[in-house]
Design a protein around this ligand. Structure first.
Ligand SMILES: [Zn+2]
Length: 710
């Protein structure tokens, strides 16, 4: 199931914005600022890191000693804001000094950073810097275009610790840092620009030990501590060098995390301070001294500041400005800060969220407009839109001036395999955007729709807990509330399929396809269900036009191959799977499908070859073990078959076909006691609608005829 919605396992206490109290106290202590050409630059971003999760920003229980020391010896900006609340656009802002309005990257999927647009990497490389990036999330994969200007762009994910590295959307911070530190060490005395991105605090929160034990009820805080500890090899030498160091460190986050505030669990939907406010620290003690700056600053200011400190001009015509005067104690008026959160609009058809922060005031432009006084109400709980109409109008005007010259929202279709990997990170990615509406009403306002998000999370939780009927009932409520939201139909299709209602699944998936006809993922899903419902001809016809595209998606080719195979068009099926293999040679599921075509045709030797090759890529593929068990059984080697099926059942305890194979062959061999638990698991896992005859048979074996299923 597209895992768009996650649950936050343990209740995480909402973090207080205690540090806010201080920001009115006036300008920072002035520091003498010097510039230094040829200084090395280390840009560190920690994904999903709330400012107030750090000790340096007032959280007493945080274990963030390395970052805290960096803040202590450097310049800490108390009020720094991002402009986006998802990873790719936010990093584009940081590296380019431009708003999303300027570079045009508005979401994690469907956008590419434009060629020819200068970034810190391209500008510093042109000045003779050696440049490298080490990123930890698929959201920053080089395919999205931020790799330009980097001599090395290391986006390899999934190291030795991950079981299925081919789909792993993130890499551990310790591994990313190790790669970065090795690269830096190899550059000798040459000036370097090194960008390091860690993904730890991003959902799901699974901190490694000892952090899991230290934060048993706050896994998010545990992840933050893990990220801090991971930075030690990079930060320790720089901190120890102190004023003798030759490296500027810039540490920030791409966005924060809601942790339940305003009804949002993670990030991407709203742009409240929980996700928009970020930490920002500059460390170069010999040049900047140490200070705390209370004046609001922005992500777009980072690139011009770095260049200024190196004695270089800013990129042409950027909205960002150098922060050096501010650090030196000048008090220029705070610059207005544009922000947006467009993911739900692009992917779910909700109203687009945009806004502006001007001094203490924050305006959120939505069908139900919002206005907050951040100084008096840092938690954004009192909407002043109705009480202060004059300010509302002024900020509305400011926002529309900021949007002058905005790049068209030119989003292209995204490949389904890219979408799938972004989904694994928890994003509501889709391969085709929902068309924009002429006019959005209050019913499209994310504030009115956030309960859908919570309910979808609950649907997933119920499904995972085995309450299929409860999950279905709740998902139906989402469809009733928002009948034009494609993802609810995809969930419906998945749940109905799990119940064994293939016709219902076909109907729901068909609805999703009709809402977004160009979406390859929905079409592939519908085709798979059509084939399983005994309607492979319709599946093959449905996919015909998609398959003619120059680079159809892997899922789409797979679905088509299954349909062709079911129609007995074996050679065409094999040709289709061969195309899928070309598209992604490292994908073992394609090999499993090729093996299945051979198996169905009785070509056991060729089938075995494919399954074994799949297992060489990923030894934990339950499907391949199950099929090798089937081959062994057909060839009369029942002990080998039993071993294979036991392995498959260990790897995927819910695969009812494996459970049936294993239980029935054990029983046939007279090993009834051993067979019983597998057969009981089979009864729990098998959808009665599809498995009626076998279910009745197994019940009779177990001596429980006529008993109703749970
Ligand atoms: Zn992010």
């Amino acid at each position: 199931m597209g895992r768009r919605w996650y649950l936050v396992g343990a209740a995480v206490a909402a973090m207080t914005a205690a540090a806010w109290g201080a920001w009115r106290l006036g300008p920072a202590r002035g520091a003498a600022v010097r510039r230094e050409p040829g200084l090395s630059v280390l840009l560190i971003t920690i994904d999903t890191l709330r400012a107030d999760a750090l000790g340096a920003y007032g959280r007493a229980s945080a274990e963030t000693a390395w970052i805290d020391r960096l803040a202590q010896g450097g310049v800490r900006f108390e009020r720094a804001h991002a402009h986006n609340v998802v990873t790719l656009p936010s990093h584009a802002n940081l590296l380019s000094g431009r708003y999303p309005l300027g570079h045009g990257v508005r979401d994690n999927s469907g956008f590419r950073f434009p060629e020819g647009e200068p970034t810190l990497a391209t500008l510093l490389k042109a000045r003779g810097y050696r440049t490298a990036a080490f990123v930890s999330s698929f959201a920053l994969d080089s395919r999205f275009g931020l790799d330009r200007g980097f001599d090395v762009y290391d986006d390899r994910l999934g190291g030795g610790e991950t079981r299925t590295s081919f789909l792993m959307p993130e890499r551990r911070g310790t591994e990313t840092v190790e790669a970065a530190a090795a690269w830096i060490a190899a550059q000798g005395e040459a000036p370097v620009f090194c960008f390091v991105h860690l993904n730890e605090p991003h959902f799901p929160y699974n901190p490694p030990e000892p952090f899991a034990s230290r934060f048993p009820r706050e896994p998010y805080a545990g992840e933050v501590a893990a990220a801090d500890a991971a930075l030690q090899p990079l930060l320790k030498p720089i901190l120890e060098a102190g004023k003798g160091g030759r490296t500027l460190v810039v540490m920030t986050a791409d966005h924060g995390e809601s942790l339940g505030e305003h009804g949002e669990q993670t990030h991407a939907i709203f742009a409240y301070e929980a996700t928009l406010r970020v930490p920002l620290i500059l460390f170069a003690p010999r040049l900047l001294g140490s200070a705390v700056v209370q004046t609001p600053v922005r992500h777009v200011d980072v690139a011009p500041t770095v260049l200024d400190l190196l004695g270089l001009p800013p990129p042409p015509e950027v909205p960002g400005r150098s922060l050096l005067p501010l650090i030196a104690g000048a008090s220029p008026p705070a610059a207005a800060s544009y922000f947006e959160a467009l993911s739900s609009s692009l992917n779910q058809g909700w109203a687009p969220l945009r806004g502006v922060i001007d001094g203490e005031l924050k305006y959120v432009d939505l069908p139900l407009p919002e206005l907050y006084d951040l100084a008096a109400d840092p938690g954004e709980t009192r909407n002043l839109a109705a009480a202060r109409p004059g300010e509302l109008e002024r900020l509305r005007g400011l926002l529309s001036r900021l949007r002058k010259g905005e790049r068209d929202l030119a989003r292209g279709p995204e490949e389904a395999s890219t979408v799938e990997r972004l989904r694994a990170l928890g994003y509501a990615a889709a391969s085709e955007p929902v068309p924009a509406k002429e006019r959005y009403t209050e019913d499209d306002d994310p504030k009115r729709l956030i309960d859908l998000d919570a309910r979808a999370g609950e649907v997933l939780r119920l499904y995972d807990a085995g309450d299929l009927e409860g999950a279905l009932a709740l998902n139906r409520e989402n469809i009733r509330r928002r009948p034009d939201m494609p993802l609810a139909y995809l969930h419906q299709a998945y749940l109905l399929r799990a119940r064994g209602d293939l016709e219902g699944a076909v109907e729901a998936a068909g609805k999703a396809v009709s809402l977004r006809p160009r979406d390859e993922e929905s079409a592939a899903l519908l085709a798979v269900y059509l084939t399983q419902a005994g309607r492979p001809r319709e599946a093959v016809d449905l996919l015909e036009p998609y398959a003619k595209a120059s680079r159809p998606d892997l899922d789409l080719l797979t679905a088509r191959g299954m349909g062709l195979s079911a129609l007995g068009r074996r050679e065409e099926a094999l040709a289709t799977f061969a195309r899928a293999r070309q598209a992604d040679p490292s994908n073992p599921m394609v090999l499993v499908n090729i093996g299945t075509v051979h198996l169905l045709a009785g070509e056991l030797a060729r089938a075995r070859e494919s399954f074994e090759e799949a297992l060489r890529i990923d030894a934990s593929l339950a499907r391949a073990h199950n099929s090798l068990g089937v081959i062994a059984a057909r060839e009369g080697r029942l002990d080998e078959a039993i071993d294979r099926w036991k392995q498959a059942a260990r790897l995927d305890p819910g695969d009812y076909q494996t459970l049936f194979n294993l239980g029935s062959v054990l029983r046939r061999r007279g090993r009834e006691t051993e067979a019983r638990p597998y057969l009981e698991s089979y009864l729990r896992a098998a959808p009665a609608a599809l498995e009626g005859a076998d279910v009745a048979k197994v019940r009779a074996w177990l001596g429980e005829p006529g008993r109703g299923r749970r």
